[in-house]
Design a protein around this ligand. Sequence first.
Ligand SMILES: NC(=O)c1ccc[n+]([C@@H]2O[C@H](COP(=O)([O-])OP(=O)(O)OC[C@H]3O[C@@H](n4cnc5c(N)ncnc54)[C@H](O)[C@@H]3O)[C@@H](O)[C@H]2O)c1
Length: 378
Amino acid sequence: MSQKIRLGILGGGGDSLIGVLHRVASAMYDQYEIVGGVFNPIWEENIGFAEQIGIPTKRVYIDFDTLVEEELKLPEDERMQVISILTPNFLHFPMAKKLLENGFNVICEKPLTTSYKEAKILQSTLQKAGVVFAVTYTYTGYPMIRQMREMISNGDIGKVQKIDVQYYQGWINPIIHDKEKRDSTWRLDPEKSGISCCVGDIGTHAFDMIEYVSGLKVDSVLADLNYVYDDNKMDVDGTILIRCNNNVKGVIRSSQIATGEENNFTVKIYGEKAGLKWEQENPNYLYLLEEGKPLKVLKPGHTYNGKLSLDGTKMPPGHPEGIFDSMGNIYKGIAKAIKKEPYNHGEFPTIKDGVRGMNFIECVVESHKNGNVWIKIE
Ligand SMILES: NC(=O)c1ccc[n+]([C@@H]2O[C@H](COP(=O)([O-])OP(=O)(O)OC[C@H]3O[C@@H](n4cnc5c(N)ncnc54)[C@H](O)[C@@H]3O)[C@@H](O)[C@H]2O)c1
């Protein structure tokens, strides 16, 4: 019998954005085998998609509850070991909670839930379950982001003194100005998305990234959100001032109405000795900025990189590492945890990161609604 980890998938059907990323990532290091799931709530679409991608259809279930019920009837050495939740946000909490209560390891897309309260309930459910739980903040898997984390932690740029993270997209621009089209995306429906669109979807990546690379904790936030129209319930743009522990200050700039921008996620951390800059659309270059010295560009796969960065590089230098590789590295770390092999804490984001992300989103919305005031993160 195959020694691969038996993976089930919820959501991520042929009509989805993120499904392909998880499927390719799970296959990247030959650690997982997709054995079934529920890819789509419409049965014909669900089964049709499974056939199209060549997954045995006997473990493609009509809905989530049936999946849990039927999988629990199987002997443990056949049952799905881990299940990835790739559905719209409002389904993350009920699905993750039931999976944990029934002993499954879980990989969950961000944002973890639609509220901080739900996130904390999940955290205590996990404590009782004692299984592996990952939250896929995808970008933390890039080799040069891992290098940034190691360099900052080694003191290469000195004490951090300024943080500037920008996540600009423009995709919602053609939708937001058309009232009818606004109903076409679940991301603008608070029932399905949670209390925030832009900050919940991409601002949360920026927040997680700051804590991941700098090792600092964001202490408080002051936010100014933009809803563009009075009758639009969800933010599509937000500027957030942050204060971290150690009196470090910075800014998160996130937008889905930055016309023409695609996925412009830029991370800039400045220390007393040097600065580091990374851009998601050119992820193989990590820029080291030093006063009075020529710009240095670090690239993946070279021995000057740290252990965690090199662990996430598969090919010799000069072979670009992209978004699929980044998620592949996260799946690789999760596989180590499931197999109870040693792993580094930077290899995949955990429930703690997901819970902090939800706390951040709620503090940001509260800050904006209370007239742009400072709100302390728990
Ligand atoms: N990590 C990242 O960088 C990243 C990027 C994009 C999306 N996401 C997250 O991934 C999740 C999905 O986003 P998306 O853009 O792929 O959404 P999407 O709308 O493109 O796809 C959602 C999928 O879920 C399926 N689905 C809906 N209800 C279901 C149900 N009850 N049972 C089973 N399947 C169901 C749909 O059929 C579809 O296949 C969201 O939480 C989003 O925030 C994360």
